[in-house]
Design a protein around this ligand. Structure first.
Ligand code: HEC
Length: 183
């Protein structure tokens, strides 16, 4: 699934807005069957990245965000901007809820996690392990290993130095190369 290129196209404003609707419609077939009901409450169902895997998490997150976040404005309002830190996404989502976005707590939680993962940025030299895990999709133990390594050896200078941390899945890091800041 061309997750990355699709988001990139929307984020740079090259794709017309109606195409976002078409893309989201197409995703319907890919969301996990357990979620394909009408109420989208996710009650009793895990929507965690670790449980769903990246493709299904992306499909479900994008679909849910499309429902929750395009009630008042378009999709480009959300992705046509630089990547945001987890703190910034939390602030944006909370302020949209305050403006009247309608969603269950489970939907809001998924929207927050999906936005951070798909369009987040994190400073590996100052962020918490939770925020590193949220943006990169690394398991929390691996994000904790990054923080422990940083505390022991000092700040990371670049992406390659980050890959020296023992036990961290380099393929996940590679898939998130634009999501790191080193200051
Ligand atoms: C109830 C209507 C409503 C819903 C639903 C809504 N928004 Fe908004 N959003 C607004 C309004 C109104 C503005 C413009 C207000 C402003 O810029 O202060 C806005 C602006 C934004 C901006 C631009 C803010 C800026 O500072 O440039 C972003 C990003 C955004 N929304 C994201 C989201 C996300 C993510 C969701 C889903 C969680 C969402 N919106 C759902 C009403 C809504």
């Amino acid at each position: 699934m061309a997750i990355r290129s699709r988001n990139d196209a929307f984020s740079r404003g090259r794709a017309p807005r109606w195409l976002a609707g078409v893309a989201m419609g197409a995703l319907l077939v890919q969301i996990p069957a357990a979620f394909a009901d009408d109420d989208w409450s996710f009650e009793g169902e895990s929507t965690r990245l670790e449980d769903l895997g990246p493709e299904q998490f992306n499909a479900l997150g994008e679909y849910t965000t499309g429902i929750v976040c395009t009630q008042c404005h378009g999709w480009t309002e959300i992705v046509d901007r630089p990547r945001q830190t987890p703190e910034q996404w939390d602030y944006i989502v909370s302020s949209m809820i305050a403006r009247g976005a309608e969603a269950s707590p489970e939907q809001v939680d998924l929207v927050r996690r999906w936005l951070k993962w798909v369009w987040g940025v994190v400073s590996v030299n100052s962020a918490t392990a939770e925020d590193i895990a949220a943006v990169t999709g690394l398991p929390i133990e691996q994000a904790e290993a990054i923080v422990a390594y940083r505390e022991e050896k000092g700040p990371f200078s670049d992406f390659e130095s980050l890959k020296q941390v023992p036990g961290v899945d380099a393929s996940i890091l590679d898939s998130r190369v634009d999501a790191f800041m080193f200051h």
